[in-house]
Design a protein around this ligand. Structure first.
Ligand code: SF4
Length: 220
């Protein structure tokens, strides 16, 4: 017998459930002091198709050399590619990062404007990274939908969407603004460790009473 879905209750259980696990990479880097909008955006580029276990050390290695657009532009593509070794598409990411740094220096006087339209106008920056960087670095209400968020909220039955972009639109309507940044902070580790892509841990999941388990055919 399922309980009526209540987002506050469910998120409170998720918060408890993820306590033993590492924080999502960008929240971890923020707590280490890498909290500028530029640093958060760059670490999100690092994280594309890359595990947090790699994103964090690679970002730390990169930030030892460059924490500002100006410092990043002092690194040539081969050096930058070498620093990004271990991530997926390091050479492509090196070009993307230099492109971002160049635009910040030439168009924005060295300061990255904290708005979604500007961030997503940068080549290689999509809605997920723009919203995550804005939410973490500036505290602006922003929902970032990655594969984990998309999968979890669909399994709950809280949304019925096919693509993360659609999920973002629905969540922006359904989730109160003060919880927007929490969505990625909580659901990314929850999706990685508990509501996993294959064989989710339903039998021990604290959210089970509220979850419709949509599409879950086998679980642990
Ligand atoms: S009950 Fe299963 S499907 Fe639902 S949130 Fe928990 S792990 Fe995911």
């Amino acid at each position: 017998m399922k309980q009526p879905f209540d987002l506050n209750t469910v998120l409170a259980h998720v918060e408890e459930a993820i306590r033993p696990y590492p924080k999502a990479a960008m929240f971890d880097l923020f707590e280490r002091g890498y909290n500028s909008l530029f640093e958060q955006l760059i670490s999100c580029i690092v994280s594309i198709r890359t595990l947090d276990e790699t994103t964090i050390p690679v970002s730390l290695r990169l930030f030892e050399q460059a924490r500002t657009p100006e410092q990043l532009l002092a690194l040539d593509i081969p050096t930058l590619t070498q620093l990004l070794y271990g991530t997926t598409y390091p050479d492509q990411k090196a070009y993307t990062m230099r492109g971002i740094a160049e635009r910040i220096m030439t168009e924005f006087g060295g300061q990255l404007p904290a708005d979604f339209a500007t961030l997503t106008s940068l080549k290689g920056v999509g809605p997920k990274c723009a919203n995550l960087a804005l939410g973490v670095a500036t505290g602006q209400a922003a929902i970032s939908v990655d594969v984990h968020v998309h999968r979890v909220v669909n399994r709950w039955g809280y949304v019925q969407t096919k693509q993360p972009e659609q999920t973002l639109k629905v969540l922006e309507v359904q989730v109160p603004k003060e919880q927007w940044t929490d969505i990625n902070r909580l659901l990314m580790p929850f999706g990685k460790h508990i509501c996993t892509g294959t064989l989710p841990h339903c039998s021990t999941c604290p959210v089970l009473p509220w979850c419709q388990q949509v599409g879950v055919e086998r679980h642990r």
